[in-house]
Each structure stands twice: as structure tokens, then as C-alpha cells.
Design a protein around this ligand. Structure first.
Ligand code: GUN
Length: 293
């Protein structure tokens, strides 16, 4: 069965829109900062802004040239941290080599870090705290599994890829003693031995390694759930995931397509995190946000 990420993302965005429409005070606001001319970033950011607009969330987007200095970008982040009308701050990655992305990520107020990349939020995630922000792609995958009522508890989840954005946080999330989690998680990567055997042991296989059509049918157990996080452009210009979809699909109980699987969920979760940040300010207006005095 095909997991329709576009439909679930639309469903969630409609839920967010209806909550935003019921608000009486100011609207939630997401600030998006893009630096340089990375073509993929340009597309991703425009999709995020469009989704905000459709849901009634204000988006404030800035684009800066490659020549912006780290100091200047830190200044922009500090200003957004102090702006009480901004609920979420997203600095699109990758940044130019001249800028230390870790430094920028750490400068964002953890209370506005709707990407969930700040060490405070990474720590909260690892400890199972629910008042931080989970990174959007892993949260989108967890949500897809939930909305399709795919059992995760006690299942063997194999994650291919150990990135800070997907593999590592997803492992941390799905292993928690929490509803929708309680998985037995294996993280495999480029140095993993007997990778095929590891994959064949998976009840749920999540592939995030950035190699087009890497996961082949002989690596998948009959009836497994396969989640494809990859987005790759072939020389033929065709868009494919990290899974050899045509041959893997017949073996799966559930599989996500590319496009239309995980991608739209990432954006829906960004809106959801922005609304979560907004709600936290409404519940305690006097609360100091993170680094502010
Ligand atoms: N670049 C690729 N994915 C992401 C993401 O989820 N957030 C940000 N800020 N940059 C990215």
C-alpha cells in the first residue's frame, strides 16, 4: 500500500489552518533566512513560505548574498530572537563555507528553533522531553506511521543513514518510551558490515543515505514497511528516492513514494512546530524566551 504523504500533509495543514483561523490576537509568524544561491534551497524555502501563507501563518523571508559575513548573519539571528512577533526562526542549510553553520544554529533562541537543531532541543529530544522541538523530517516520518496506524512498538526499525537532520534524531525519537515509539532501532551507515542481512531483519526500513535507488528488493523482508527519505535527480532529470521503488514496492506492506511521501510532511511539521511555539507564548506571555533577559 502506498503511503500518501501529500494527503496526510494536506490534512495536517488544514488542521493548522483551522486553528490559526480561530485565533483572535496576533498570528503566528515564521522567519526564514536564506543565504546564497543553492538551487535546492531556493525551491525548499519557497515551498515553506507558500505553505505558511496557505495556513494563515505569517512568513518573513530574507535572502542574503553569499558575501554576508558570519557576524552579520549572527546579528540577523539575534534581532529575530528579540522580536516578540516572531515565533519560529529557520536558517536554511547549507550555508556558504565561510559561515559556521553550527555557530548559527546555536545562536537561534531554542524557544524559536522550529527546526529542532539547537543542542538544547537535541538534548530534550534524547531525554524524551516533550516541550522542545523535534526536527521536521523525523517528526514527519513518526507522524506518517501514526496516521497510517502502522505498529512501531516492539518492531525492529532499521535506519540507513546517520545524519544530524534525519538518521540520528529519528533513532532517538523512535526508541523513546512514548506512544508511537518503543521501537528496537538499528542505525546502519556506510561502514556497516553485512548491510543486506541487517536490512532483511527490518520490520520498518527507513532509508536516508542520499544515494539514488540504493535499496534493492533483495534487501527487503516480505511485508516490510519502507520509508524513503531520499530526493535525487538522475542524469535523465527524473526525480527518484533512495529506494529502487519499482522492484521494492511488491515486497512491502507499505511504502512511501518520491515525490509525495516524506517531503510534504517535513513542511507540515515546520508549520506545526511554529504553531507550537506560538501557543507557548500565548500560554505564558511573561515567559522569557531562551537567551533573552
Ligand atoms: N536543509 C535541508 N533540510 C533542511 C531543514 O529541514 N531545515 C533547514 N534549516 N535546512 C535544511
Amino acid at each position: 500500500m502506498l503511503i500518501d504523504g501529500t494527503a496526510i500533509a494536506q490534512e495536517i495543514q488544514a488542521e493548522i489552518k483551522s486553528e490559526v483561523n480561530r485565533l483572535t490576537g496576533r498570528r503566528p509568524c515564521l522567519a526564514v533566512v536564506r543565504v546564497g544561491e543553492d538551487p535546492a534551497s531556493k525551491i525548499y524555502v519557497s515551498r515553506k513560505i507558500k505553505a505558511c501563507e496557505e495556513a494563515g501563518i505569517i512568513s518573513r523571508s530574507e535572502h542574503h548574498p553569499n558575501t554576508i559575513t558570519e557576524h552579520q548573519l549572527l546579528g540577523i539571528v539575534h534581532k529575530l530572537n528579540q522580536d516578540h512577533t516572531v515565533d519560529g526562526i529557520l536558517v536554511q542549510l547549507p550555508l556558504p563555507d565561510s559561515i559556521d553553520a553550527i555557530k548559527i544554529t546555536q545562536a537561534i533562541d531554542p524557544a524559536k528553533d522550529v527546526d529542532g537543531f539547537h543542542p538544547i532541543n537535541v538534548g530534550k529530544m534524547l531525554m524524551g522531553s516533550t516541550d522542545g522541538y523535534l526536527p521536521c523530517t523525523p517528526l514527519g516520518i513518526k507522524t506518517l506511521l501514526e496516521r497510517y496506524s502502522i505498529p512501531v512498538s516492539g518492531k525492529h526499525v532499521v535506519i540507513l543513514g546517520r545524519s544530524n537532520i534525519v538518521g540520528k534524531p529519528l533513532a532517538a525519537i523512535l526508541m523513546q518510551n512514548q506512544p508511537g515509539c518503543n521501537a528496537t532501532v538499528t542505525v546502519a551507515h556506510s561502514k556497516t558490515e553485512r548491510l543486506r542481512e541487517v536490512c532483511l531483519n527490518a520490520d520498518i526500513l527507513i532509508v536516508a543515505i542520499g544515494k539514488p535507488q540504493f535499496l534493492k528488493a533483495d534487501m527487503v523482508k516480505e511485508g516490510a514497511v519502507v520509508i524513503d527519505v531520499g530526493i535525487n535527480r538522475l542524469p535523465s532529470k527524473a526525480l527518484v528516492g533512495d529506494v529502487d521503488f519499482e522492484h521494492v514496492q511488491p515486497k512491502c506492506s507499505y511504502i512511501t513514494p518520491v515525490p509525495g511521501g516524506v517531503g510534504p510532511m517535513t513542511i507540515a511539521m515546520l508549520l506545526s512546530n511554529t504553531l507550537k511555539s506560538y501557543r507557548q507564548t500565548q500560554n505564558s506571555p511573561q515567559r522569557y524566551r531562551g537567551t533573552e533577559k
